[in-house]
Design a protein around this ligand. Sequence first.
Ligand SMILES: *[C@@H]1O[C@H](CO)[C@@H](O)[C@H](O)[C@H]1NC(C)=O
Ligand SMILES: [Zn+2]
Length: 598
Amino acid sequence: MFSFGKMLNAVVLALACSSVNAVPWDATVKYSTHRTREISPALTIEAYHPPTTYKTFGKGLDDAHAARVKREGIEAASTAFVASQLGLDESAVNFKSGYESESAHYGYMRQAHDNVPFVNAVANVAFKDDKVVSFGNSFVSTDNIAASTPTVEIDSFISDIEAQLDGKFNDYSSLEYLAKADGTVALVHVVQIRNEDTNAWYEAMVDAHSGELVSITDFVADASYTVVPISKQDPTDGIETLSNPALTAASPYGWHGTSSTSTTTNTSGNNVVAYKGSSTSGTTSQSSSGQVFNYRYDTSVAPTSGSNVQAATVNSFYIMNSLHDISYLYGFTEAAYNFQTSNFGKGGVANDRVLMSVQDSSGTNNANFATPPDGQSGQCRMYIWTYTNPRRDGDVENDIPVHEGTHGITNRVTGGGTGRCLQTTESGGMGEGWSDAMAEWTEQTSATISDFTMGGWVTGSTAGIRSYPYSTNARTNPLRYSTIRTLNEVHDIGEVWANMLHNVYALLVGEYGFSADFKTSAASDAGNVVYMHLFIDALALQPCNPTLPTARDAWIQADENRYGGEHVCTVWTAFASRGLGVNARSYTDDTTVPAECR
Ligand SMILES: *[C@@H]1O[C@H](CO)[C@@H](O)[C@H](O)[C@H]1NC(C)=O
Ligand SMILES: [Zn+2]
């Protein structure tokens, strides 16, 4: 049988060890017990929650106290159960609340000492019928506990705490115990500090014997999104809930507003508004308080069933914002004609965030992106794909929205924000190629170079929507510069260009390595970071309506400009390997590299 007495000892032992052991906590342990919150540049607080032991019992554990639920109620039964399991007097167990649902009775308790309850040492128990079905607790040792009568009153410290947390005390307060990471237990005044202008709302725990701020609760939930992470391709790779994915450097007020005082709780923000049907009525709102967008896409039902519309809207919002932020790091900024409602005085023309229509009814089996000049919103339309049953939604296969969003980048950056400079068949074809290449780049997670397929999930086919996978193997993908001679459709031409870029990427990563945090930092000199710098820099350098040779020249020049030509031979070698060497012209291959690269 499971012994709870032993479990408590183990917890106390762990606390004692942590106080004498200077070795940093293992990160995975720390994630479950600690939370560092940066309140301001001058104030960082680490909140602590004692380790929890938790056990479930399947069909249930026989226990004398469980049988008391029906007779005496959840409070009496759960208080007695917890006290008996932990070998404590019932006065050490403070019943907070409980209720009965269709499937169980739930009781929620806190540890107490001298009738003062604990903030962070808690227990929960569930009973079903006459049995215990689960029990969790984070009760702690009281060997090192502060006296239960305060020696410092709220009046004496409140103005200092208000200043530290940049808010006002709203008169909510309580006296509680707080278990600390060093194994001691502090007596604390818990006071609420709120600032309606900045949207901040904290509970401050101030030591009732020293007046020192020892911990906080942040009532404002972080923005969170249940999505297919941008490093994955489609829902079968795994749906996750991400917290605060916005990059401050690119989106200073996050994804839902234009200033700290003007934020939305729907899929409408400074960079993107994602909606179904109409941008004025079809946005998806938070699924609970704060900016919590937790709708899970269910691939077993139609795109329009259940909460799939919300999940798709959130995914498209997340992907388009992520693309905004990542490309911003690499140079697609306000001054470089990006898409934002407010440009924060950083150049370019404002009022042109991306309008992202999810599950758009104007088409199927495709998606598109219209790029008018800087100052007018880009319009993306995502369609449902009809090849499978149930149908599949391009909104949740990330290579599709990333491909579309990249049309906005290439059309804006080429030729100075006019939207007029990828209009020829060849340059339009390269537009398709850059978009596939960007989708591929965002999904890399290591230096391993694998073949890449576009649109495999939406079509339900391993081949996806292109003729060949992008590959370094010329048998897997035989496309060369001269192949264009036989092609006249933009996506087909795009495949030639995208496969060349795949080979540029592969050589750069092979030679200069891979930086894993390339989506949050563009500062590394690793090959995958160099690649995206050259990608974006070359867009700005290349002429209006470029050809493959002129676009290649812009890559080489971009390397001269940024890296003093460090990578030019690597880039030349990759292009030449697919027929775009020094003397390539008029769709005739040439594999020559410049003399200095031989
Ligand atoms: C989204 O939120 C903003 C700010 O609260 C509001 O002005 C806008 O109407 C909302 N959009 C929709 C479609 O509900
Ligand atoms: Zn396209």
